[in-house]
Design a protein around this ligand. Structure first.
Ligand code: NAD
Ligand code: TYD
Length: 346
């Protein structure tokens, strides 16, 4: 492996993977291919912008001609696909782009890989494809029961990956990561959204009763798991990647407020997300046993350093929270907040 195409590498997890791999493997060239949607951000790649083994190409994974051109131009011999529409709330408001990128885009990558004989393709998926689980932990062999348009589109992409492995013998692997947090995460997901809103003493809209459970994974651990699976994973296999740290949303919110020294009165209970999954939980047994990977960071340390990063890097997020971001915010939260209940209030 020499020239790795990282699709969606200007996003949150993709850029963490690129920063890691560029520094660690000077013998590989990392070519980021990214459409630069609202979530793509070249600031995420500033730390590697002058590295000799890094390149950037703008393009859409659903555009076959563009994907083929970049694969030929750089003699790509591995693809790692992070590109996706990734926010559940946006998928509820407007599912179109999710079908195009998370299903059609994945198919295009697979088909170009097949036609050009690219020997390796890793696809980054999510634990959300399993749906919600009340008790116990999802294993890789469990059925997929996605509940949101986002989760369903990710499941569709994964099924194409499976078919290309079984039908054409493409050397594919898949990881299903849990809720990831860390620096450079677009401030629409709960952690960076609540951190940056709380810094400005603004209300935090907690959906429903705030008792939904997510498993929390630090972004560097997620990037490391993808590296390990890319280098050592078995063709055709799927690997869960969990942080092994379950928390209720209210607990995550309280941790953020306490760390920032902000009052709990900022919490607002707002109308729930439609079809809201109650709990995500998965076991790391397989990746731990077969590849020796396990998370290296504790939630507390990693979340504290993440909060510190947002405090120290306002230059990064303040310019995001303008324009289109504010339009989405209004659509998503204005009415809900107007009818909200304050934490601890009557
Ligand atoms: P993100 O939204 O921060 O980044 C997505 C990136 O993909 C952006 O740079 C965007 O410009 C790019 N992109 C979108 N559509 C594209 C297209 N058609 N062609 C090329 N590029 C396109 O997402 P993220 O949080 O970094 O997630 C990365 C991957 O990991 C996704 O596949 C997501 O489903 C998966 N995942 C995310 C989490 C999480 O908690 N964030 C957890 C598990 C799995
Ligand atoms: P999110 O960060 O959108 O990730 P996902 O939906 O992929 O798990 O949401 C994490 C949890 O936080 C989820 O249960 C929804 C909840 N949430 C809120 O309560 N308020 C919010 O404003 C957001 C964005 C999320």
């Amino acid at each position: 492996m020499k020239n790795i195409l990282v699709t969606g590498g200007a996003g949150f997890i993709g850029s963490a993977f690129v920063r890691r791999m560029v520094a660690k493997y000077p013998q590989y060239t990392l070519i980021v291919f990214d459409k630069l949607t609202y979530a793509g951000n070249l600031d995420n790649l500033l730390p590697v912008k002058d590295a000799p083994n890094y390149r950037f190409e703008r393009g859409d994974i659903a555009d076959r001609a563009a994907v083929q051109r970049v694969c030929e131009q750089y003699a790509i011999d591995a693809i790692v696909n992070f590109a996706a529409e990734s926010h559940v709330d946006r998928s509820i408001l407007e599912p179109d782009a999710f079908i195009n990128t998370d299903i059609v885009g994945v198919y295009v990558l697979l088909d170009v890989a097949r036609q050009l004989g690219i020997p390796r393709l890793h696809h980054v998926s999510t634990d959300e494809v399993y749906g919600s689980i009340e008790e116990g932990f999802f294993r890789e062999t469990d059925p997929l029961q996605p509940n949101s348009p986002y989760a369903a589109s990710k499941a569709g992409g994964e099924m194409m990956v499976r078919a290309y492995h079984v039908t054409y013998g493409l050397h594919t692997t898949v990881t299903r990561g849990s809720n990831t947090f860390g620096p450079y995460q677009y401030p629409e997901k709960i952690a960076p959204f609540f951190i940056t809103e709380a810094i400005d003493d603004r209300p935090l809209p907690l959906y429903g009763d705030g008792m939904q459970v997510r498993d929390w994974l630090y972004v560097d651990d997620h990037a490391e798991a993808i590296e390990v699976v890319l280098l050592h994973g078995t063709p055709g296999e799927v690997y869960n990647v969990g942080g092994e740290h379950e928390l209720h949303n209210i607990e995550v919110t309280r941790f953020i407020l306490e760390t920032l020294g902000k009052p709990e009165s900022l919490i607002r209970y707002v109308a729930d997300r439609p079809g809201h999954d109650r709990r995500y939980a998965l076991t790391n047994d397989k990746i731990r046993r077969e590849l020796g990977w396990e998370p290296q960071h504790t939630f507390e340390d990693a979340m504290r350093s993440t909060i510190a990063w947002y405090r120290e890097n306002e230059w990064w997020w303040r310019k995001i929270k303008t324009g289109e971001y504010l339009e989405f915010y209004k659509m998503q939260y204005a009415e809900r907040l107007a009818n909200a209940q304050q934490h601890g209030g009557a």
